[in-house]
Design a protein around this ligand. Structure first.
Ligand code: S3P
Length: 173
């Protein structure tokens, strides 16, 4: 059958939609960030603080290799997973890759004050970081995706419906 992989920036709804989608389709669900925390015994902020982003990305690659071996799973990926070409190649092999997109303002409102999301740049303002990274990562996200859903203004149910309609359309379901 294969997997459904959800990619996209922080706060675009990967975990929320992924869980709902998995339940609705009778698939398993995994979140790469959760697996990284289980594997390392550390929270994401602690990893960034004590080990740094490069170390985090290496663990992330290892986890991606592992989740790619799954079947019939919905896989929610950390926002930076697409920065590695080998992650994208592995994820695309046995999965439909769906990009969740939202506007910078919506992302800002969803993630501000979330202590579980360490800074990824030296920018003082979170809004500036979001805008900067979205434009830096735009091509990575878009070229990795088979389908794109804008989650800015739609509720969870209508996003899930949009994804299921598309999966039916391409013969995945
Ligand atoms: C990151 C996104 C986070 C997490 C880490 C790095 C990124 O995942 O993997 O903080 O580089 O965008 P979420 O997108 O689930 O918040």
């Amino acid at each position: 059958m294969g997997n459904i992989v959800l990619i996209g920036f922080r706060g675009t709804g990967k975990s929320t939609l992924g869980k709902r989608l998995a339940k609705k389709l009778g698939m398993g669900f995994v979140d790469t960030d959760e697996l990284i925390c289980e594997e390392t015994g550390m929270s994401i902020p602690k990893i960034f603080e004590e080990k740094g982003e490069e170390w985090f990305r290496r663990v992330e690659e290892k986890i991606v290799s592992r989740v790619c071996e799954l079947d019939n799973f919905c896989i929610a990926c950390g926002g930076g997973v697409v920065l590695s070409k080998s992650n994208v190649e592995k994820l695309r092999k046995n999965s439909k890759v769906i990009l969740l997109k939202s506007s910078p303002k919506v992302i800002f409102n969803r993630i501000r004050g979330d202590a579980n999301r360490p800074a990824l740049t030296k920018k003082e303002e979170l809004f500036d970081e979001i805008r900067f990274l979205l434009s830096e990562r735009k091509n990575f996200y878009e070229s990795a995706a088979d389908f794109v859903v804008d989650t800015s203004r739609k509720g969870v149910n209508s996003c899930v419906k949009e994804i299921i309609d598309w999966l039916n359309c391409v013969g995945f379901l």
